[in-house]
Design a protein around this ligand. Sequence first.
Ligand code: ADP
Length: 626
Amino acid sequence: MAASLVFRLHDRGPEVVREVLLERGWEEYDEEEREEEDWNLYWRGSAFRNSEYHNLLPWQRLNHHPKTVGITRKDCLARNLRRMRATFGSALYDFSPTVFILPNDYTSFLSEYNKRRLPRGPTAFWICKPVDLSRGRGIFIFEHIKDLVYDCSVIVQRYISNPLLISGYKFDLRIYACVKSFHPLTVYIHQEGLVRFATEKYNLSSLQNLYAHLTNTSINKFGPFYKMEKERVGQGCKWTMSKFRHFLHSQDINELLLWQKINNIVTLTLLTIAPAVPSCPNCVEMFGFDILIDAKFKPWLLEVNYSPALTLDCQADITVKKGLISDLIDLMNYTLADSLRQRAYQRRGYKQPCFHAHHPSHVSIPVLSKFKETKFQKRRSGSHSLQTLPLIKTHRPPERMNHRQPRQHAFIADYQRHLPPVDLNQMCASRIVNANKAHTDDETLNLILGLHSRTDVSAVNRQTCPALAPWLTENWSRHVSEVTHHDDTETEAEVELSGGTDVSSSIRDIPHRGLGLRCSKLPNIYSGRTERSTALHAQHIPPLRVGDFIRTFPFSTATLRASQQKLDVKLVIQELHRLTAQLATSSRKLRREEEEGREMEGEEDFDSLLWGPKDPPLLSQRFKPT
Ligand code: ADP
């Protein structure tokens, strides 16, 4: 019997992650019962330590990439966006309200404040936020500088005083964006999301009333009107994004451009840190982008949340967050069971039952004791036993190793030598291709993704068929018999574990990116392949959608190319510019572009969905001349 997948939650939460994973047949990690490497997903609300990235094993994944604080802390985000605006201009980087980091920027704030207080100009309002707090804590809005009082590092941001209102209530959007990989940059945005309302009517003459000005649930759920039925908004303070879409339709609002602008905000924000984030192929991260729409339908980025709240306060939360986590797990490409982890243990003589050792109903204690004893013996014999293990050269300086590392280092080294990292993109490609194959599609893909997968197989089939070269189908056909329990990486790894070809020879080092992560030295499926033909690129095109996650980057052949080696930020920005312009202009103009011979993105081997609308169209369909 194959080993179940195992998840590990830091500090026992979040509950919704536990619930979704248990429903999918995963088991929860218990350090009393399991070996310390015996898990597949480690979920934390806070940051992982460097050593946790260093010691990752091929079957293990983390829910955070390293070093993303550059967008998730308010002052860092402000600095990074300022830098990007200075480099690439404000034509696209115009989505964040003017901001100052105090106390450092106090003088520049003062001059801006005075400039905006001209006698006949419109009144300017400001919002002050502690740089490292969340959930509305410590925030206040002010008009006069005498009211600006702070005793910690804060940002002061121009207050968007003309928000779009629904029946007089302010709201913002919580957009969930998943970075599947930073190298190459691969981003998905969930179609569902939350609309978070203030619970008292918006009124600029009562700046102290946080229930009217802040949209945080953590604040509004304690407001006097939270439980009351509010005009159009209803009870509570949240809508699902579907309900918001419905509202936009009912108002006859053309939403496409709005969604595209939000999509651009996500990409442009991620571009600020993407080149500097160390490569860690086994990490996947979901960020919460807070977007405020003003009365002119312009979306503004308020902040990016590192660990977006996963508490279930109301029905909208349940609907959105359960689906979100389920789709996120699908995006992580786990198979139904972990034969990679299992075989790694078996190869070392630790039989399957050690996964369940200490369980009262289990009779595998002898096997476990063998494992424990071996570990103990190794510890006792210290460095001597290490010499007997096949170590590979690592760039990690010895002083960074902690007390656990000799054993784990050997263990890691042993497997790192043999196993490629989790190859998310290739697995996705195999899912799609396999789903397109003779196996009656929906069944096959559901098997791959698990019974509880929410991936819309028919949509994937419908929308990806044209995007894949026919030869690709053959390329992946060898996996068909294995798809229920194997992803591509695993398949190769297993060949290796059972004595097949040594894949370590094909492993290339990724350039050292400062942090010196062990996982950054794992092979990158893209490295060394960019010189080859476009057809080969197609092999690495991440799927258009996984469940309700829509791929938003790369969105064209040019952006795929621009992200495969060193990320070409300038080119990506040009492409975003172009795409937005395309959406804004009529199809007549597009036809003219085609006649002039300018290449349409969305060529036959690559296409993208337009994120946002209920049934997202393919970009190529959208731009097809009528
Ligand atoms: P926190 O991390 O504490 O939630 P946010 O930056 O998200 O901080 O701000 C909290 C809330 O304050 C937002 O959800 C929004 O309703 C309101 N808000 C924040 N910044 C602005 C702004 N510049 N203009 C208008 N409203 C804002």
